[in-house]
Write a new protein. Sequence first.
Lengths: 155, 214, 714
Amino acid sequence: MTTSFQLNGKPAAFDGDPETPLLWVLRDHLGLTGTKYGCGVAQCGACTVHLDGKNRRSCVTPVGMVAGKAVTTIEGVAGKTAEAVKAAWVAIDVPQCGFCQSGQVMSAIGLLTAKPRPSDTDIDNAMAGNICRCATYVRIRQAIKDAAGVKGARA
Amino acid sequence: MKGRGMNPRNLGFAALAVSAVALPAAVVASGQSVPPATLQPASTFASIADPGARSAAIFTEMGKVLTHPRCLNCHPRTDRPTQGDAMALHEPPVTRGNAKGEGAPGLQCSTCHGPRNVAFANGTGSIPGHPLWHLAPASMAWQGKSLREICEQLKDRTRNGGKTLAQIHEHNASDTLVGWGWNPGPGRTPAPGTQAQFGALTKAWIDSGAKCPA
Amino acid sequence: MTAVANRRAFLAGTGGLTIGLTLPLGGARAQAMSAPLQPNAFVRVGTDGLVTVIHKHVEFGQGPATGVTTIIADEMDAAWDQMRIAFAPANDPLYKNLAFGTMGVGGSSAIRESWMQMRMAGAAARAMLVEAAAKRWGVPASAVSVANGVVSSGKRKAGFGELAADAAVLPVPQNPTLKTPDKFVYIGKTFAKVDSKPKTDGSALFTQDVRLPGMVHAAVRRPPAFGATVKKVEAGAAKAIPGVIDVKPIPSGVAVYARDTWAAQRGAAALEVDWDLSKAETRSSAQMFAEYSAAARTPGRQVEASGDAAAALAAAARKIDATFYFPFLAHGPMETMDYVIAKKGEGIAVHAGSQFQVGEMRAICGVAGVPFEKSELIQHYAGGSFGRRATPVMFDGTEAAACARAYGFAAPVKVVASRENDLTGGYYRPMTVHRVQAGLDGAGSIAGWDQVIVAKSIMKGTPFEAMGIKDGVDGNMVEGANDTSQYKIGNFRLGQHLMDTKVPVLWWRSVGHTHTAFVKETVIDELLTMAGQDPVDGRLALLKHERAAGVLRKAAEISGFGKRAVKKGRALGVAVHESFDSYVAQVAEVSVGADGLPKVHKVWCAVDCGIAVNPDIIRAQMEGGIGYGLGHALYGEITLGEGGQVQETNFDKYRSLRIGEMPDVEVAIIDSQEKPTGVGEPGVPPIAPAVANAWRKLTGKAVRRLPFAHGDNS
């Protein structure tokens, strides 16, 4: 069975069980490996993609659910917000091991798309689903603020 | 502090909840099916002569559903739901977000919960889903409340979303998000009985005067 | 966030050194192979002017790839944007860790062990380029200078690439002149890490991302208890899953091969396995804690003693008698253990993020039944380790080799551990119990200290046993507690019990210091309180080492410890500890959180790690070490339930620190000319006791059991 969807702005198709999680369709079948497996149960956020422009955990998204929809991965995410987030990430060297960072970056872009000038609480709430075992959280927070042009320290 | 999540035993209606939640954790965790808890039909209470007492008894039976983890988890007292049969605090730590209870910008319910349940590859559970997955409004918080308080709240149009009793019946009998409680996916105990039985009990409760238990 | 502000100011001031080193590793490898100038195993200079550093250590986030690049670029006077990085092959003669004698890294040793070697490597390359230029221009070498990748003499200038071929035919200087520290241009400065960009845009290649033609995906069903084995497998249901190709028994369980990871994982779950539990560890954590704490009440093997602790304690005016409980902890690297193994000629090609490259390759080849000499390791970025990739018994690599061999090497086999296998699979920080009896004399001075540590040895029964266990004393278990040089305590005794369990245990970020620092720093804090002394001044009076005192004074200074009013409902706690030859002190500002657990608002951290090669990496490691240590102090616990089954199967139960729980962190780096020492681990030990000491101030409760979420604290 073939599932068709938009992937990074181009048509894509997967021939196989529509229950296959989007994560594994991207990684094992379509060769887009920037989206990572970290837990498989929507706990860690390493697999975050954008589905019709909003954050979505691809590990719990059967590919059949995205039929006809637009999927954006770290490889294809673009635009002013995306570029600002990525530049901010590199400028202050956020990554350590780096494995979770695709998901962190995608979640951050999703946050700023929905809320361009987030408060610290907004950042905490939006990024709560993305685990970084290296605990780069201090810099993730700072990079999001830098990308958004938001200043100020936490209370 | 272990298991700081809401535990039904702390909620003041232990007797009601026990049948539904006192399952061996191993059984639930393994994803095996468990014998479903049942609901008694309204006719069971026909012998109660006093209409008020009968109505309250019917509501108490409804309470097996209302206070079941399937319902309570998303009727939290705070802005953070609980999850699972043990009603542990939701991980990851999500929050109510907008007025519709759809989660925070960037981490909405729909970031993880899809339009239907999705089984995990590990064979031990699933992530629940429904097209309208969201938290009940704060005015409808049930966690930590007695069954009487829940009953009063349910009838109070200032707190129940402006619903008439007829609309409450409609909601309990037909709403598909409510109905999810009986089809919660692997790794979760369904609410007792069936939605049809719950609807019938609701109707009987309303017809008998919609009285609340003491 | 002064750290970042400083860094941003620096970037602004230099016109933005934000060039990422974007050449993919494959490209860097290819460039390195064909480079004409190869003065040693670590430096390659191509005719295109690119300098490739062959990095001998695994890079899993602590920044050594940037660190060695910094050192080599500095000695070469290269331009930062001409530097590239590639990972070394498995070759001990060329790439051994000088402290270990084999390839590998651990104990925060990457920069410590290679500091001089990398400086020599860079200086040799520079000297050859200088000599080549001198010959070409007919001037003495002393008239040639190098700056920012340009070799010059008077008005004549040449890039490294133009000189590479000439330089390549010159003899390699054996003792090149090294820079004096005042000439350093990169060391001690802050600039872009070599891997930030590819790790931000998703292009960095991890083993999990390797795809080879015809590759199959394997998942392993492991036993439900440690030491259990397969009795019988019913594979029908697994094989019926679309995409599942085959099922094979292997020593560690049963392997399922499939066309994608999802089918493999579902297949593994669908196997019906009859397990032989007769030799399995069936005790629960609770039972083991009970046995350990009983043992802690007996003296155990003496590790060290001075004076007469027993007599001093008998005569003490006031005493503490406390038993401390530390659970098993999983490392939980974001990238679970994974390998891709393919047949290659008479040997195999192994893709991995290997921490012990040669030892692991030898073990993998042994299980695969192929010669090591004919096989190749292709090293990739690794998504975290925290110790997990350093299994002395090479469990994960050999499991992957068994998967590939059982498949007959019919196709490349990729083995990715599920998170469930990662968390329930053992190789934990050992469960540990301490008992401490300590007392004050009538004058409020510490009269005596008697401590017994009970745990399973990490190194016993492994190739590291001879190195790590001396006279029956396990160095990892007592490190940080045996070192009486940390505090002046006259009457001291330390004992140790080695326990046995089938639960495999392993080094976990900062190893023994994870528990010894907690006990030392909470007990000393309590004793100082009993004696009516200030936690900082009291420690300063007792600390033996000036560098420890230095970081403590610094942390106190930047946090305003004892010098400023703290917000209502908050308290400051302090701890100082030496580990891996580095000194770290931390002050934590803590309140009681809404969930009844400590809420840590900010941590001030002072670190003395000798010469600060990359100050921003040091800051990052302190931030990360604090977050890692705090997350586990709050939530981390692997629990064996009834029958020995691990209860925490994924991150919903094995809770990780999340962003909202991360404190702000301010780091001060002590200016030092000592040789550089570790930073990957030393940030971890002080945070838990600093928080516990604040917690005792806030609540009056001394913390005897971690994690905080476990409760039961006195």
